[in-house]
Design a protein around this ligand. Structure first.
Ligand SMILES: Cc1cc2nc3c(=O)[nH]c(=O)nc-3n(C[C@H](O)[C@H](O)[C@H](O)COP(=O)(O)O)c2cc1C
Length: 149
């Protein structure tokens, strides 16, 4: 079984992120081959503080339970679709923060992006930096992007 996480990257109240992510999950399930499971993962559900681990993730020395919980969930997936709005021409801080918490859990896994924004910037300014973040976490193929306006 191959497991794909559709990750909701915005965390504020009254956000559009969950609706976009649910659409992404439904769409992905329609086209997923047999043996591929698609699940929604909401960064907001983990209540991650601004990164507070004493050591960088690549050191492999996790101190906090919230990091362990986030890491167990992300580590259980084989690939990711990051659903991200554009905030000030980039990805939301909480999504960047959630990526920074982990390292090995992202390694050698495929990643794609669904981006959206209110001001026509969806995709260009979120997926490109998002891909760089994913590459820094050594995602194997930080490639495909779907832009929504
Ligand atoms: C802090 C902040 C910064 C934003 N900056 C941009 C931007 O640079 N370009 C854009 O197209 N939309 C921008 N928007 C609009 C959001 O992309 C849009 O409202 C989106 O629906 C927010 O996603 P969310 O509801 O999941 O938080 C911004 C919104 C917020 C809250």
């Amino acid at each position: 079984m191959t497991r794909i996480a559709v990750i909701v990257g915005s965390t504020r109240i009254h956000r559009a992120g969950p609706s976009v992510a649910e659409w992404t999950v439904e769409t992905a399930r329609k086209v997923a081959p047999e043996g591929v499971e698609v699940e929604l993962v909401d960064v907001a559900a983990f209540g991650l503080p601004v990164l507070d681990e004493p050591a960088p993730a690549m050191a492999g020395a996790v101190a906090h339970d919230h990091t362990k919980q986030w890491g167990e969930v992300i580590g259980s997936f084989d690939g990711f679709v990051f659903v991200t709005p554009e905030y000030n021409h980039g990805v939301p801080g909480p999504l960047k923060n959630a990526i920074d918490y982990l390292f090995y859990e992202w390694n050698d896994k495929a990643a794609g992006f669904v981006s959206y924004g209110a001001n026509g910037g969806a995709g260009r300014r979120t997926a490109a930096p998002g891909r760089r973040r994913a590459q820094a976490g050594r995602c194997a193929r930080p490639g495909g992007t779907q832009r929504l306006h």
